[in-house]
Ligand binder design. Sequence first.
Ligand code: ZN
Length: 880
Amino acid sequence: MKKTTLLIHFLCLGLASCLYFGEANAQNAYFFPKGEKLNPAIPTPEQFLGYPIGKHHTRYDQIISYFKELDRVSDRITSEIFGMSIEYRPQIVLKITSPANHARIEEIRKANLARSTQNTGDDMPMIMQINANVHGNEPSGGEAAIMAAYYLAASESEETLNWLNNMVILLDPIQNPDGRDRFVNWANMHKGTPFVSDPLDREHNEVWPGGRMNHYWFDPNRDWFLGIHPESRNRMKLFHQWRPYVFTDHHEMGTNSSFYFDPGMPSSNNWLIPKNLAENMHIRFAKYFEKGMNDIGSMYFTKEVFDKLYPGYGSSYANFYGGMGLLFEQASSRGHLQETTTIPITFEFTIRNQLAMALASIRATLGEKTELIKHRRAFFKTALENARKSPTKAYIFGDSQDENRTNAFANMLLMHEIEYYEVENDVNLDGKKFEKGKSFIVPTEQTNYVMVQSVFETNTKFMDSVFYDASAWSLVHAFGMPHTEVKTPLTKGKQVAAPKVKMPAMVEKSNYAYLIDWADYYAPKALYHLTNGGAIVQTSFKPFSTLVGGKERKYGYGTLVVPVQQQKISADSLFSLMQKVSKAAMLDVQTIGTGYNVAGIDLGSGNVRTVKKPEVLMVVGAGVSAYEAGEVWHLLDERVGMPVTKIEMATLPRANLSKYNTIIMVSAGGAFLGGGYNAIDEGIKNRLKSWLTSGGTLITFKSATEWAIKQGFTKEKLKEDKKEESKDKKDDKKELKISRLDFDKAQPTEGAKGINGSIFEMDLDITHPIGFGYTNRKIAVFKNSTTMLEPSANPYNTIGQYTANPLISGYISKENLKKLGSNTAAILVSSEGAGRIIMFADNPNFRGTWYGTNKLFLNALFLGSLISVPNVDAGEEVND
Ligand SMILES: [Zn+2]
């Protein structure tokens, strides 16, 4: 491609009129207004790429090359690489403005930040940002970004010059480069000549998991609030550097839809955002979009769907900083040409709509400059006033037993530019102790109070009952972070300005044993690396206290015990391994010289058991929830550093199951996922059952738990709805009472029955291996399914149970809440022959953010094989 490109440039420079001139003009006429003057010195995308936009999907590296070329040839454009994706694709942003503004760009940036809270800088240029392709398989936005960049570099129209003089336009063409390339290669490699419009053609049907998600199969359009992945963290940094007033997010939806622009559903705007945004700003902007679409004859809709409740969408994050997030959804051609219920939709058509809306957004941003500046100033002013009125003066948080989890939470606050401080002295409040050096204080009186509320507050009152996504995201609960509201002024220590990383103490060499506290978030990482390095590691099934430096120190359930002599490796090798692991897992290792403990069991007790290194198989492929599988993969890769073999359901018949001691099955099924585990045939099912009963550990989530129960892997039961039976049971033919509802009520009525994502309280047996490392029985769990389990007949097998009044935050129907609070089990363990099945009703790894429940899953993975289920009949353990 590079050679062709150079050749085209040579020809363009060498001849008075470029060879591609005619074709480029034809394409420009389709995309841009009639009579547009476009500077011929700027290469059109077609001249540069060798094909007209819309006739092929543009690879990400080609976009980077074209943007660098625009930077080179145009004095209106500079490009900046602001990060790198997981698969090492550079993240690029274009800064587009007049040459004069480029000369003072830093001054403009600073003035823009200052004008949020000061009455200065009204005459300075406006800042807005165009963003596309956060979902990799929604490519029209990305191609439109190419056309927009070209247009802004080449257009000589009065309007464009006015934009450039009065605005700085930031353009991030592809927010998810890894997913985008996956999709683009799929569409291009299946493209026919001529195009094949049949919706069943392979071109229009990607294989699992598709290009929507990032490398780890996460939805990057939920990660703005969470910042789990580097792509989003880099974008958040860029966002805060510039704080654009308007932030567009260009998406795609079903092929038979039309086009969506804001305003969205009036009932589902976030309660923390001033009404002016939905009731004034969105209405003003919609006028520009209306005209833009009418001018090209495209159909569209507004108001019916899409919420802005959750702060983690690209189209909502800016709202929490007094800006305006804009969502665009284009019906997808998903491929180059596809039949619809009207005429076939072309890729070009989808690109043109997106381009029209990108340009209309620029027009609107400048047109509504005064209103935007006013809105943001009022936003921050109101936030401060509300903070002053709030009885909560600050939040204090910290888990002194788990500095790594505490730091992860605190560092996330920094990403949102939330101001917080060290605590000056130990604080005892609401029966909780917050230790100096391991706790932090977040004053409510700060400009980013709205974000503080989003992180710490809960909500259980909603105007609507149908949600596009989760209705709860209180991060303090996701992290399981001990915290409390402070109602009286507290002296604060130093402000935290940089991410905190725990520096473990130097490991001292031992000739007897080492101890590692299992309460630390990264203890499973240490365990994996120790066993992988050849060390024999044990775990304590009972707590104990030992003398450390003459002082008694308590060690809880699950403490790792590493004896020095009972090893296959030398004491020196073990010591050097221990040093490496302590550094890698950022945790302290305690050197112990005696096995005699001052309280509780001794180190040589039968209650200190040897851990087996997990050899893990995760079932993946069509039908399986790629999100949940990706979350497991990400957790094990990034936070534990251990490999997990991902095996396609279709490949399972070839797998030698005895190679693995642990099998993970995340949710699957439902119409959307294509039937889930039903694809596993009887033969495989029987092999799985015999693998289980001969000693395997099977871990299931949500619908996989339902599947395992229905397939007879265990005798545990699902909680069924109590059906209204006719009074006379014998009279089967008696008519059931059927209520009648209007057709129009179907969506809200049925939607309200689901649990889309809310936070509930669970009572956890912290003396059970699945609960090891937890110190509080009451923990918060995220639930986004209706999977509910009957408590086990064996009193020791219900490890987790929702509390009687379990709702912490989010929406749930009264019926579901009642059912959940009536002794419903959340985690069951059942012994099956020599093996065991660990059943979760929920997903403990949700969006890589639930640091608070990750350990439940990691306990299942690392300690599952040690679970012995007390047999209540015989009064003895059946599996040891
Ligand atoms: Zn999307």
